[in-house]
Design a protein around this ligand. Structure first.
Ligand SMILES: [Zn+2]
Ligand SMILES: [Zn+2]
Ligand SMILES: [Zn+2]
Ligand SMILES: [Zn+2]
Length: 341
């Protein structure tokens, strides 16, 4: 930890406290659509169905050269029922209509196109065509330059660095996805999340009826420092039989970049305090996953009430914290022979 590493001065630096009243947050009206980054389908070219084999072969050849096929073999590999990409086993009816294995289970052995009995016919030709295909990552319009064999594309896409992030807001089933700048404005505009500039904070969480711990009361504050965004979560939940409060930080970016930062949280009163020091988790890890791994400051309720002082009728926790950048480790990124492939 290097003190002279801290580059930003926070507006919340002083002793003034931001009073945050925790109220259960109703499932927000997140009406904004998941427009933009959500559905990316760069290869989907509308084309009449029934592409002849020669055209398919030409497209395969084009794809092998790393060129997006002019005739959409990709479309041939789209299940006509659910429109997802088909992976082996690809099935067909006696008349040659193809469908994916998931849909096959759902159609009660009747071809959805011609109503013929389906049987158990594989479409090996199409499986082979798929095998020979190379396609760009589906996040290619978001900047991913990679091209993959058809069957390893899915695996890459699940891990692709360019894949959009899910909205980090907890407490509502928000389906918004996008890049970080998009999500920052979404949090501010649609979830009305508090935004702070600076790498230190001093918050007071106030809850008027601490006895009533509904199975999660969420507070989210977003911090902007070092040119990055961090989500500070504070919540109440039931841990086994005991109600607890928990605070933790998530980094709005990938796991690798999250490791460049550290943070500390402190809560206390009356000469006692609890501190937590950790590395922020990436928002690629769901809020629930971080919570369930207890990767943060956990305050038992009796201690929380003790820290609150007074007649224990009200929860009043002052949480102070700091985010700092870790000294770049010169060893990091060095490939150790035999350990790296
Ligand atoms: Zn299907
Ligand atoms: Zn059929
Ligand atoms: Zn990719
Ligand atoms: Zn959201």
């Amino acid at each position: 930890m290097q003190l002279d590493n801290i580059e930003c001065v926070s507006s919340s630096d002083g002793m003034e406290e931001d009073e945050l009243i925790t109220t259960p947050i109703a499932a927000d009206a997140t009406t904004s659509s998941a427009a933009g980054a959500g559905s990316v389908h760069p290869l989907h070219v509308s084309k009449p169905s029934g592409v002849p084999a020669a055209a398919a072969a030409a497209a395969v050849a084009a794809a092998a050269n790393g060129v997006a096929p002019a005739t959409s073999v990709h479309e041939l590999l789209e299940c006509p029922v659910c429109t997802n990409s088909m992976y082996p086993p690809i099935h067909q009816c006696p008349n040659g209509h193809c469908l994916c294995s998931t849909c096959k289970l759902r159609v009660h052995n009747r071809c959805p196109t011609c109503r013929q009995e389906l049987g158990d016919i594989r479409c090996l030709a199409l499986e082979k065509v798929a095998e020979s295909l190379e396609l760009p990552c589906k996040y290619f319009s978001l900047g991913c330059p990679e091209i993959f064999p058809y069957y390893s594309k899915l695996k890459h896409e699940a891990q692709c660095h360019f894949r959009p992030y899910n909205c980090p807001y907890a407490g509502s089933e928000c389906s918004v996805v996008g890049d970080i700048p998009y999500l920052v404005s979404h949090l501010r505009d649609d979830h009305k999340v508090d935004m702070h500039t600076g790498c230190t904070f001093n918050h007071r969480y106030v809850k008027s009826n601490p006895r009533e711990v509904e199975n999660a009361t969420w507070m989210l504050t977003v911090f902007n420092c070092f040119g990055q965004y961090f989500c500070l979560h504070f919540e109440a939940f039931q841990l086994g039989m005991a109600p607890v409060y928990m605070a933790f930080l998530r980094f709005m970016g990938d796991e690798n970049d999250a490791r460049n930062y550290s943070y500390s949280l402190e809560v206390g009163a009356n000469g006692r305090k609890l501190t937590w020091e950790g590395t922020p988790r990436s928002i690629r890890d769901s809020h629930r996953k971080v919570r369930d791994s207890h990767d943060g400051l956990i305050i038992q309720r009796n201690i929380a009430l003790f820290f609150s002082g007074g007649d224990k009728k009200e929860l009043k926790l002052r949480v102070t914290g700091r985010i700092w950048k870790e000294q770049q480790n010169p060893e990091s990124g060095v490939c150790i022979p035999n350990l790296c492939s």
